[in-house]
Design a protein. Sequence first.
Length: 300
Amino acid sequence: MTLSGVARVAFVGSRRIFASHLPSMQSYTPAFSRQGLIGGKWIDAYDGKTLEVHNPATGEVIANVSCMGGKETKDAISSAFDAFNSWSKLTAAERSKGLRKWYDLLMAHKEELGQLITLEQGKPLKEAVGEVDYGAKFIEFYAEEAKRVYGEIIPATLPDRRLFVLKQPVGVAGAITPWNFPLAMITRKVGPALACGCTVVVKPSEFTPLTALAAAELALQAGIPPGVVNVVMGNAPDIGDALLTSPQVRKITFTGSTAVGKKLMAGAAGTVKKVSLELGGNAPCIVFDDADLNVAVNGA
């Protein structure tokens, strides 16, 4: 299989950079637009607005992506809600097969995905390719765990009773991810959601949306049905508000700052959504003039 459509455009460009061993990326400024994914279709922002994605090494614009907001997010939620009906009713083995195919495609395009991560996020290529390995393993792990969502039998207090617990998917999940791991933070959230029968609306960082869109393209190629995985990016407050206020979204998962996490937790209370938060700071490493550089390098 090959990457098609918008995903291929980015990878062609990134391959050209690294194949020619350029000392920098300054001479490369591709002009192409990228769309969000709603209901299995690549969609422009309804008002036509776009958002610039920059190469952090040079500051140059490497892409223009659709700058979406509340309206597009509501449609993505509706798409995920409609898809939930059929996706949640598939057998665990069928969902597992789809996730396994997605994992295989991620690994088949490991180098290209790594180059794309470096292009839009800035981490060294070796680390970027390592992230693809790391991120894809979440999909591989949950492809297997999908078949092991067991219930349990509970001893009853009365002789003529039998108590048992069935685990069921909660519904549509909203996944909000940061810029620092543009692939792994998505797969870590989407993998378990899909494994247990949930559908998702992903909101990647506006700094690193291209990797998310490429991963979503590969999910489609893997046979994940339209609407199961949706991607919207752009106006973060509007997208977040749409996810929080929708009664169809039953789960919010977020990795990012504590300040934003507090807002999401408060906003989720109105519709009593389940919330999973991974919060923290930027963890800077500051090296002063009088530092022992060998110690500083080892510590960093």
